[in-house]
Design a protein around this ligand. Structure first.
Ligand code: GDP
Length: 459
């Protein structure tokens, strides 16, 4: 248990007016401070009610004047989010009420909580491990449904369990080497050697799979880079705006309006996307437009998905055909026939079909994107993201997992080379230490400081 002697308080809901605003307290004085600032409407005092009961009453300032009519609840540690005594005041979501309420809590003995301090206390009190605490941060900043579901899975312990399984298998291996060390005159029999090698190899495989999930974690966090390309006036900026649901890019019928790349995040067909609207691809002498065209090509090279737009209301040309060829060679590509609300001109469909990428029709004007949504879902099906929460989502986790894998690899190499058990033990212990860092069993204080400083105040 942590030894915090002080009680922290913060506004836990976002700034600005809202239906409800929450003031939160954690620490040994939580319930008594809440009691000083809150007067139930009934005859019973706050702590005469059961913990976790919602009690209706007045929030009072330090002079006893009412600030708001609120609901208050308290919990006793260790059965609380932080593991300490906590109290929560559910006020009306007025920034002024919350500011006055917070002042009242300070006057009654609480101090302002630092960024992430509630979750940090939960971690220090063993209510969450570090991977789960990081998942709280990911959950708050999730920008797609999939990202939120993965963070929720991680918070529920999916990653921690996976790491726990690897940890426990390695502890078994270590226990065996310790036994051998106790009887140094006996050789490890070949059958046992093979068994140990298999155990290490299995865990190396598990770590490989975990490390392979980093790419998916990055895509969930940052979105799949999706380049929107096509000839000038194909409808790229209009499609970007329609996908976003608001007018981000300038739309005109003057070719060459978008000269730089425009980036925005959205979610379509359940897939988190980082949309990159590019300058229209055409030969040009204008130096600024030329630079834009170069950036468009770069966006295609770095894309995880390319949408090649062709105006269905005009005859398609060789340039469109060449662009489609180029895109298909670089990344998964969808051919998007635009301006589906206008009469379509006949096109050499066969020529496009031969390229073999899926084709859809959209209308940005009437915001008909159904076919495109379906096709994007097919390109990135849900099972691609793996089991919810069983992925590494940040560089710290990746670095620790990769150190664990290297140590397991070294242990295997040493085992095969017939190195003495004590040297092998050092490698396995290193792997265990790295896994311990992942869940926070063994992690330096400056690392936890860095992690929690990224949280918002009140979490
Ligand atoms: P970009 O140069 O490829 O970015 O094309 P824009 O998005 O700027 O659009 C070029 C022109 O086509 C503009 O006049 C748009 O209003 C028009 N346009 C774009 N999408 C649609 C659509 O779905 N339907 C219709 N009727 N016009 C569209």
């Amino acid at each position: 248990m942590s030894l915090s002697t002080d009680t922290i308080a913060a506004i836990s809901t976002p700034a600005g007016p809202g239906a409800i605003g929450i003031l939160r307290l954690s620490g040994p004085g939580a319930a008594s401070i809440a009691e000083k600032c809150f007067k139930p409407l009934g005859r019973k005092g706050l702590r005469e009610h059961k913990p976790r009961e919602l009690v209706y009453g007045d929030l009072l300032d330090s002079g006893g004047q009412p600030i708001d009519r609120v609901l208050c609840t308290y919990s006793m540690g260790p059965s609380s989010y932080t593991g300490e005594d906590t109290a929560e005041l559910q006020c009306h979501g007025s920034p002024m009420v919350l500011a006055l309420g917070l002042e009242a809590l300070f006057a009654a003995g609480a101090r302002q909580a630092g960024a992430g301090e509630f979750t940090r206390r939960a971690f220090l009190n063993g209510r969450l491990d570090l991977a789960q605490a990081e998942a709280v941060g990911d959950l708050l900043s999730a920008r797609s449904r999939e990202g939120a579901r993965h963070a929720a899975g991680q918070l529920a312990g999916a990653l921690s369990r996976k790491i726990g399984d690897i940890y426990s298998a390695l502890v078994d291996v270590m226990a065996h080497f310790h036994a051998v060390l106790d009887y140094p005159d006996e050789d490890i029999d070949p059958f046992r050697l093979e068994e140990l090698d298999n155990a290490l190899s299995n865990q190396e495989g598990e770590l490989n799979a975990l490390l392979a999930s980093c790419g998916r974690g990055k895509l969930l966090r940052e979105g799949v880079p999706c380049a929107i390309v096509g000839r000038p006036n194909a409808g790229k900026s209009s499609l970007l705006n329609a996908m976003l649901g608001w007018d981000r890019a300038i739309v005109t019928d003057i070719p060459g309006t978008t000269r730089d790349t425009v980036e925005e995040r959205c979610e379509l067909g359940g897939v988190p996307l980082r949309l990159i609207d590019t300058a229209g691809l055409r030969d040009t002498d204008d130096p600024v437009e030329k630079l834009g065209v170069e950036r468009s090509r770069k966006a295609m090279e770095e894309a995880g998905l390319i949408l090649v737009l062709i105006d269905a209301s005009r005859p398609a040309g060789d340039e469109d055909f060449a662009l489609l060829h180029e895109a298909v060679a670089l990344a998964p590509t969808i051919l998007v026939w635009t301006k589906g609300d206008l009469p379509a001109v006949p096109c050499p469909v066969k020529r496009y079909e031969e390229i073999g990428c899926p084709a859809v029709t959209v209308s940005a004007k009437v915001r008909d994107l159904d076919e495109l949504c379906n096709e994007i879902s097919c390109a990135f099906p849900q099972d691609l993201w793996g089991g919810y929460g069983e992925i590494l989502t940040n560089a710290r986790q990746e670095e620790a997992a990769s150190r664990a894998r290297e140590a397991v690899r070294r242990a295997r190499g040493a085992l095969r080379a017939g190195v003495t058990p004590d040297a092998l033990l050092t490698d396995v212990e290193e792997a265990l230490a790295a896994l311990g860092e992942l869940t926070g069993q063994a992690v330096r204080e400056d690392v936890t400081d860095r992690i929690f400083s990224k949280f918002c105040v009140g979490k």
